[in-house]
Design a protein around this ligand. Structure first.
Ligand code: ARG
Length: 557
């Protein structure tokens, strides 16, 4: 609608101001009674050296289109009242015929790399990793909707000095059977013990350093242990990914770049970017940033070195248009530093974006999975699904497949709770709140969708793509919301912000539920089909929103 109005204004104004600018200026009037769209004339007034009130009046007289019911000047604004029926007929039949493919951009042949989840081997999957997983998955889905191919990479933390410690700890205290049973918990236990013992026994740290060196040099025994730790941990992570319905194209972690790091160092040397600092090799980043550490005194590489090697590999291997790194805000400095090193090396750093996010809180405090008492994420998810089952059985005791639905609702609740907020905000993890069927929750959106399905079944609805006959005042708000779906996806992509989709789905759900309050749906007359068709289209869009967020949409609940 905005594009249509902008085009019309553009033509009427004889191209005095460009169409994109006009479109940006268009706003929603404060009240529905004032119109559907408003064009403020201030900027134009400056340009034309006329009064905005005069311009508005003049424009209101000139503008005409079949899709516009009325144009009125209201002071310095031109207010448009649109013709509901032609607008409804440009979108509803398209949604009905295209289904899930509606508003999917044609494949553009370009790739975007999304680095997300990326937990650390032999450590618990933290709440931060959960956020990264959920946000990264949604960004990948949205990119695909926009026509890109998303390359989903789980950059596992499977390399680094901590593996030296783990190897030493394992040799001293490891219990293979216990590790097979509960890999991460056991490995974490001996890792914590290592730190305790190292305070008393100073030789342990040196042993660990040597063990990591052996690992980096390809020592078979060290490598064998490392592989065991990695596989055992992955098995546990995969349980979580399965629950969440998350998939990756690559689980190449930090270790994968082991043989690609010499090249980074060589390129840095060739460009004379490396300097020595207390025996370590660093890239100086001037006044604004601390130097980026590339190699330790003993030659061991670092997290940033591996990220640089991975960046070059990804550029060359995928030739992507953009690379997103969905990682918590506490790593902002790390990304700023190595992005700058990449730029100094002559690579196009403008393609790279760190996508930070806030913390997960419980009762206002950071939900930590570290420091002894480990909250295992799998337990938290199971608890949520159990609570979802209780709620569902209370509401609908005869529901078939209640276990499947409980999983869809429980997991959906966790995902939606994460994604409805602006990424950078901290979010509260309250199982009770995220599961309410009223309010801003995943189950609320899922329930709104399921309720439409029930209505359609009751009416024995058959979808067809014939034009609608009439759109009254009760249906019009729904059409207006549906019309903004496509623009919402584009915004969610450019801002790398899935909350745009979540908020849209809430707005659509609220509008649907308000509609029920104003208008009986099943009236058994010839207006019924139009109402059901619009609701059917709305359910297709709700389902799309949920799926883009990585959430399933049960037809019954
Ligand atoms: N494994 C890291 C951590 O848990 C996150 C890795 C993020 N991705 C990256 N390319 N640095 O802190």
């Amino acid at each position: 609608m905005k594009t249509m109005i902008a085009q019309l204004l553009h033509d009427t104004l004889d191209h005095a101001i460009d169409q994109a600018t006009i479109e940006q200026l268009l706003e929603k009037p404060k009240h529905d009674e004032l119109g559907d769209i408003a064009f403020p004339c201030f900027i134009l007034a400056k340009q034309l050296r006329q009064s905005p009130v005069h311009i508005a009046k003049d424009l209101a007289e000139k503008l005409q289109d079949v899709r516009i019911k009325e144009v009125v000047a209201n002071g310095p604004y031109v207010n448009f009242f649109l013709q509901p029926l032609p607008i409804a007929n440009t979108i509803i039949p398209a949604i009905v015929s295209e289904g899930a493919a509606y508003a999917t951009a044609p494949k553009n042949g370009k790739k975007v790399v999304v680095d997300y989840s990326s937990p650390n081997i032999a450590k618990p999957f933290s709440m931060g990793h959960l956020r990264s997983t959920v946000i990264g998955q949604a960004i990948s889905n949205i990119a695909e909707k926009m026509g890109y191919e998303a390359v989903r990479i789980n950059h596992l933390g499977d390399w680094g000095t901590q593996f030296g410690k783990l190897i030493v700890a394992y040799r001293l205290w490891g219990n293979p059977e216990a590790i097979r049973q509960q890999p991460i918990q056991e490995l974490l236990k001996i890792y914590v013990k290592f730190h305790e013992e190292a305070e008393k026994d100073a030789t342990l740290d040196e042993q660990a350093r040597q063990a990591f060196k052996a690992l980096e040099d390809g020592d078979a025994q060290a490598l064998g242990l490392w592989k065991e730790f990695r596989e055992a941990s992955l098995l546990e992570f995969n349980e979580i990914y399965e629950l969440l319905g998350v998939h990756f194209n690559s689980t190449n972690g930090e270790a994968f770049y082991n043989d690609k790091m010499d090249r980074v160092v060589e390129e840095l040397e060739a460009k004379k970017l490396l300097t020595s600092s207390e025996g370590a090799q660093v890239v100086d980043l001037g006044e604004t940033l601390p130097p980026c550490l590339i190699k330790k005194k003993d030659g061991a590489t670092l997290y940033a070195t591996r990220d640089l090697a991975a960046a070059i590999y990804r550029l060359e291997n995928y030739a992507p248009e953009k690379l997103f790194y969905v990682v918590g805000g506490e790593q902002t400095l790390h990304f700023k530093q190595w992005f700058q090193v990449l730029d100094k090396l002559g690579y196009d750093a403008s393609k790279f974006a760190h996508i930070p996010f806030g913390m997960m809180l419980k009762d206002g405090k950071k939900m930590s999975t570290r420091k002894g008492k480990i909250v295992l994420l799998a337990n938290v998810l199971n608890e949520t699904m159990e609570a979802a089952k209780q709620t569902i059985l209370e509401k609908n005791p005869t529901l078939e497949n209640s276990d499947v639905v409980a999983k869809q609702v429980g997991i959906g609740a966790v995902l939606f709770n994460d994604l409805k907020n602006d990424r950078l905000n901290d979010i509260e993890f309250s199982i009770e709140q995220m599961l309410t069927f009223e309010g801003e929750t995943g189950p609320y959106v899922q329930y709104t969708n399921a309720r439409i399905h029930t209505l359609l079944e009751k009416a024995d609805f058959k979808a067809h793509t014939a034009p609608l006959q009439a759109i009254d005042d009760t249906l019009w708000p729904l059409i207006k919301v549906l019309e903004t779906f496509e623009a919402t996806i584009a915004r969610a992509y450019t801002q790398a912000d899935p909350s745009q989709i979540a908020k849209f789905s809430l707005q659509l759900s609220r509008t649907i539920n308000k509609f029920y309050g104003q208008q009986k749906v099943l009236t058994q007359d010839d207006t019924q089909q139009d109402r059901l068709t619009v609701l059917y289209a709305a359910s297709i869009i709700l389902e799309q929103c949920l799926n883009l967020l990585g959430i399933e949409a049960p037809a019954h609940m």
